[in-house]
Design a protein. Structure first.
Ligand SMILES: Nc1ncnc2c1ncn2[C@@H]1O[C@H](COP(=O)(O)OP(=O)(O)OP(=O)(O)O)[C@@H](O)[C@H]1O
Length: 274
């Protein structure tokens, strides 16, 4: 299939923020027993410091693979990528990013505080600093009173909040989140979406977020990257006209519905929705 190279609408001449992620003509092919899988094809994307960028698209369009390339967990077949002005490998080694998985992935034999401490123990940070970071971020996600509990004593939403706190403890500039709220009920998801927006505002971090949910992408993002499968590619990058300061009430606004419709149209225009 002919691959269309799209320049995203993410940059403007007046934008003061530095480039956090720069991806240029990147493709990734998985060689499998059934032949090559074109997971990513000719991806061009700029993400700036402080942006909240969502990847949305049907199953198999390469959202997770793209996030994993940014995180240096997969290597591209061709093209280039820079993360924080360096290679993804250096960004990983310098702990530039935190990664939040779809499942909280907490160790059941460690308390919430001890789970949060683990990455800081691995990077040999002093105990007093570890304690301060844990207190800061467990308070931020509303779990300070649960720090001595074990993961299995917490609800799914609380466990996911704990995994976000764990990622924040290392003070990464960049937070990569792969459908972190996909398994949660709608009410809990609403709540955590608002919590995440608060954290994003308070910390000024750059967020890259994978989701299947159009309302979630609209509610959270400054930019929405619409993707399509076979081969996995970007079909449109939409800059949100909505304010960065958002409330759940915004979902009843005309602007919200218009943006959701634009995303839906972009997805439908490809005629490949699974
Ligand atoms: N390690 C791998 N080896 C071979 N093929 C892979 C591998 N990882 C992903 N793929 C394939 O690459 C394509 C993109 O997968 P990816 O998981 O990135 O999609 P996705 O958009 O995140 O899907 P979902 O929304 O279902 O999680 C799919 O066809 C998938 O089967």
């Amino acid at each position: 299939m002919h691959a269309v190279k799209l320049q995203p609408e993410t940059s403007s001449p007046t934008k003061p923020h530095r480039l956090m992620i720069g991806i240029d003509d990147l493709s990734l092919v998985f060689e499998t027993n059934d032949g090559p899988v074109h997971a990513l094809s000719h991806i061009n994307l700029d993400i700036h410091q402080g942006d909240f960028v969502s990847f949305i698209g049907p199953s198999g369009c390469g959202k997770t693979t793209l996030l994993r390339v940014i995180a240096d967990l997969e290597q591209q077949t061709s093209g280039t990528i820079h993360v924080g002005g360096t290679s993804p490998q250096d960004a990983r080694l310098n702990r530039l990013y935190g990664y939040v998985f779809q499942a909280p992935a907490l160790f059941p034999w460690r308390t919430i505080a001890s789970n949060c401490a683990l990455p800081m123990e691995i990077s040999a940070q002093p105990k007093s600093h570890r304690q301060a970071q844990i207190d800061k971020y467990l308070t931020m996600v509303g779990l300070q009173d649960f720090k001595h509990k074990f993961p299995w004593q917490l609800s799914g939403g609380m466990q996911q909040r704990a995994s976000i706190a764990r990622a924040l403890c290392l003070e990464p500039e960049l937070l990569l989140m792969d459908e972190p709220f996909g398994a949660l009920d709608e009410i809990t998801r609403d709540h955590l979406n608002m919590e995440l927006l608060k954290i994003w505002k308070a910390t000024g971090k750059t967020l890259v977020f994978v989701t299947h949910s159009i309302p979630e992408a609209v509610l959270l993002s400054t930019h929405i990257v619409v993707m399509s499968p076979r081969p996995g590619r970007i079909i449109k990058v939409i800059e949100s006209p909505l304010p960065r300061d958002k409330t759940l009430a915004l979902r009843d606004s005309e602007a919200f519905h218009a943006l959701a419709a634009e995303i839906r149209q972009a997805l439908a225009s490809d005629h490949q929705i699974d």
